[in-house]
Design a binder for this molecule. Structure first.
Ligand code: GLC
Length: 822
């Protein structure tokens, strides 16, 4: 064998370079797939239709298509090339049917029309082309370019499946989850295959996660397509042909959901009704978190933890990356570096620092290692098609891998966390679960998976492997922590992963380009249904300049997941590592995160309860302004706070676009008119932040960690508006699931102003009562001279204007209404 190889090398070495070049060009011109004749089959004329409840079956005599009314605004389409549908099972969508008000089928000369209250799915009899239209405007939102088609593959016994839609000249595209590059996807081609993409670059594809969901935006109206197919899939947004948008997959079923708008926000919220929202995270997990590969031994962990406390920089969690383990064996400890983990974790807890640990899927092949032995004895590890174990090298060396698509394996794995939970570990970080394997990249396609009883090869299970791992972790922790909210992070995932954990964008680089890219990535993940997302602040590999690190902390303050992380071969990367003035600026922004905790937490609730994305790109705020289809720096966190990060070295000011309405500069309180761009100052200690006029933005006192002190007093920042605006404040116990039993408090504020008065009304919902009774009011931007303040019929005599011209007063009880007049 070896000899042959050597000989082969020899021949190549002697070959004429020109010949090799020509050979290569020939290969490029004749991709391997072209060697086999491709026979694509298309649906032909519709021959008959059968209705079964909310499902309609169309056939061209051989293939069948199911059109299913999921809700008033969601319709699902499935194709069975030879008439037999696959089992209806999805990891992304646990329950397909939602509430439908009414639906019906009509037949015209050339079409069948299935309509709900709001949307109609039209099936053309002649050629089986499908379109979706809005019932009120009649606008066709999405339309086939050619009928659905497929290609039989005898090697694996399935079909390559294709859908090709019309791509209109003015149409733009957003979403698709974990993609780098510009926010607007028009003109690009993508592939979904979860990949360990160390130091990935601008427009590198594929990356770590698969979210086959996009939003299409015509001039002013949006719709969504969710292609629920876990195989390697592809999307093309007018790249191959400007008139076509296509999506296809290397297997599985052609199954997609059409999701109606007309607003991009409606589409995303409806996508979340299919795939679920993120559960409320423990409140501490919204605090700042510090990570590194790796903090060890114990003395180093404590030094870093105490470093935060002695410098009065807030932080809620410290991470133990792989080096805490014994030879990278999951669920073990390196006793030399961590002789008494229980004591260490307690001592960290005593100063308010939670411990989060790394757990990877690769289990070291070692008969003296209990996890390996158990997995082997129970037959829980993945096997190849001919029954050999799936083996590959990862951090511990030779490894085998649990089949997380097997519910029994998930149950077992979830239970393995018992000792870590008993030791006091507060969160778990699942990494390398694309799954990543050194050398080969990932598993070979022939590896078999249980797939919750709907068996399949790795071709089908690859993209859900990571999601099923973090699902097992989340469910296991939930049981072990007895009604405390688990905190989990995963690197890989598939649509629906948001039900089980938060994500970070993987191994980024300490560069300005990555800061810019990470900003877009987090916004994109947010509008793709995965809102609890962050980047490695500072960049994982490489060295950030002090300025870059500080600008990253500033942006990170408004990343749903705020964690600094770095590779082990880089210089230290704590918020104080760069000296002054950087330490103070970093502290100022981390403190801001803690001040805004009640606002940030409320935005998480808005996502969990109502499906709103946490970060909202400009295009989502004002989709009818075409220039916003190309903006990608500015975004809002929730509805009220707009962020405009500084993404260039040396910048001390920048242009910012503000949506229509009035906005207050958070720092200077200057009022700016939206619907246009403004030039704003941004010296190093300022990142431009704006608050929507009319907002109520609550603040807690700065704490070094969540729960450090009892909250006695809440500051209510009220921003004047001469129109009406609603805000809300959500609070609960912070770490239990009591909110599922309505034990929470949701305060709704209505702010309404005119030239002579400002009125704030409040209503409260839920069964939770916060501790505090003291309210400090800070009213910004009142345009008249205040003479009188009334809270629920009682006049407040003690009020003043501070040096920023803000009205200050206090009250020791909550209110129904406040009236401020001349
Ligand atoms: C992977 C992770 C990174 C981690 C490292 C060591 O590269 O993406 O965050 O620090 O593995 O565990």
């Amino acid at each position: 064998m070896e000899e042959n190889n050597e000989q082969g090398k020899e021949i190549k070495n002697n070959a004429n370079i020109q010949e090799i070049v020509e050979e290569t060009i020939q290969h490029l011109n004749n991709p391997v797939t072209d060697l086999k004749p491709i026979v694509k089959k298309y649906l032909t004329a519709v021959q008959h239709v059968v209705a079964e409840g909310n499902k309609f079956y169309f056939s061209d005599g051989d293939a069948r298509v199911e059109v299913r009314v999921v809700s008033d605004e969601i319709i699902r389409v499935r194709l069975a090339p030879h008439g037999v549908f696959l089992d209806d099972f999805s990891y992304a969508v646990p329950v397909v049917d939602q509430k439908v008000t009414t639906f019906r089928i009509d037949e015209t000369e050339d079409h069948y029309h299935i309509s709900t209250n709001t949307v109609t799915c039209n099936v053309r009899k002649l050629d089986f082309q499908i379109s979706f239209s809005d019932n009120i405007s009649g606008q066709v939102m999405n339309e086939d370019h050619s009928p659905m088609h497929w290609e039989e593959n005898v090697d694996f016994g399935g079909y390559y499946v294709y859908a090709t839609k019309q791509c209109l000249p003015e149409e733009n595209f957003f979403g698709l989850g974990d993609k780098s590059g510009n926010m607007n996807l028009r003109g690009r081609h993508f592939q979904n295959w979860n990949t360990d993409a160390y130091s990935f670059g601008w427009e590198q594809d594929p990356l770590y996660r698969t979210i086959p969901f996009y939003v299409g935006l015509h001039d002013t109206t949006a719709y969504g397509i969710f292609f629920d197919n876990t195989f390697r899939s592809y999307f093309d947004f007018g790249r191959e042909d400007q008139t076509k948008t296509s999506f296809w997959a290397d297997g599985g079923e052609l199954q997609y959901y059409y999701i109606h708008g007309p607003h991009m926000m409606d589409v995303v919220k409806r996508y979340q009704t299919l795939t679920g929202t993120h559960p409320m995270p423990p409140q501490w997990a919204i605090g700042y978190q510090q990570c590194r590969w790796s903090y060890y031994p114990e003395s180093k962990v404590k030094e870093v933890a105490e470093g935060f406390r002695s410098r009065q920089i807030p932080c809620d969690a410290i991470y133990l990356d792989i080096d805490y383990m014994d030879g990278y064996r999951c669920f073990t400890w390196n006793k030399k570096h961590f002789p008494d983990p229980k004591r260490m974790i307690k001592e960290l807890n005593d100063i308010g620092m939670k411990t989060v640990v790394m757990i990877d899927p690769g289990i070291k092949v070692d008969d003296n290692y209990w996890v390996f032995k158990e997995g082997k004895d129970k037959n829980f590890f993945c096997r190849r098609s001919d029954d050999y174990f799936m083996e590959g090298h990862v951090w511990p060396g030779r490894c085998q891998f649990p089949d997380f698509t097997n519910p029994t394996v998930r149950e077992w794995w979830g239970g393995l966390y018992k000792e870590l939970v008993d030791l006091g570990v507060a969160g778990v970080w699942n990494d390398m679960n694309e799954p990543a394997v050194f050398g080969s990249g990932t598993f070979p396609n022939d590896v078999r998976h249980n797939y919750d009883g709907y068996r399949g090869s790795h071709r089908k299970a690859h993209n859900v492997y990571g999601m099923q791992m973090v699902r097992s972790t989340y469910d296991g922790l939930k049981k072990l922590m007895r009604n405390k909210r688990p905190f989990t992070i995963t690197r890989a995932g598939y649509s629906g992963m948001q039900r089980y954990g938060c994500v970070w964008t993987g191994d980024n680089v300490a560069s300005w380009e990555h800061l810019k890219m990470g900003n877009i990535q987090c916004q994109r993940m947010s509008v793709s249904g995965v809102p609890f997302c962050g980047t490695d602040i500072g960049g994982f590999s490489g060295e950030p300049t002090p300025e870059l690190f500080t600008r990253w902390i500033q942006l990170g303050t408004f990343s749903p997941f705020m964690r600094a992380h770095s590779a082990g071969d880089t210089a230290e990367r704590e918020p104080w590592s760069f000296g002054e003035p950087f330490t103070s600026i970093n502290r100022k922004f981390i403190e801001l995160r803690y001040k805004l905790m009640p606002y940030i937490y409320s935005v998480f609730w808005e996502h969990h309860r109502y499906g709103f994305p946490i970060l909202r790109p400009m295009v989502m705020l004002e989709q009818d302004n075409i220039s916003n289809h190309y903006r990608q720096d500015e975004f809002t966190f929730g509805d009220k706070i707009l962020i405009c990060p500084i993404l260039e070295p040396g910048a001390v000011s920048r242009m910012v676009y503000l949506p229509k309405g009035k906005w207050f500069n958070y720092w200077s309180h200057e009022v700016l008119t939206g619907g246009q761009e403004h030039h704003v100052d941004a010296p190093l200690d300022i990142m431009p932040i704006f608050v929507r006029a009319g907002s109520v933005v609550p603040e807690y006192p700065v704490m070094q960690f969540v729960g450090e002190k009892r909250i006695d007093e809440v500051r209510m920042n009220i921003y004047y508006a001469d129109y009406e605006v609603n805000s809300f404040l959500y609070e609960d116990h912070g770490d239990t699931f009591a909110y599922e039993q309505d034990i929470y408090s949701e305060k709704k504020f209505n702010v309404k102003g005119d030239a002579e008065s400002l009125t704030i009304r409040q209503s409260v919902e839920g069964l939770y009562t916060p501790n505090y009774e003291l309210y400090t009011y800070n009213v910004v931007g009142i345009p008249f001279e205040v003479k009188k303040i009334t809270i629920d019929d009682k006049d407040i005599v003690d009020f003043s204007m501070d040096e920023h011209n803000c009205l200050q007063f206090k009250s020791n009880k909550n209110f129904h209404y406040i009236r401020i007049t001349i």
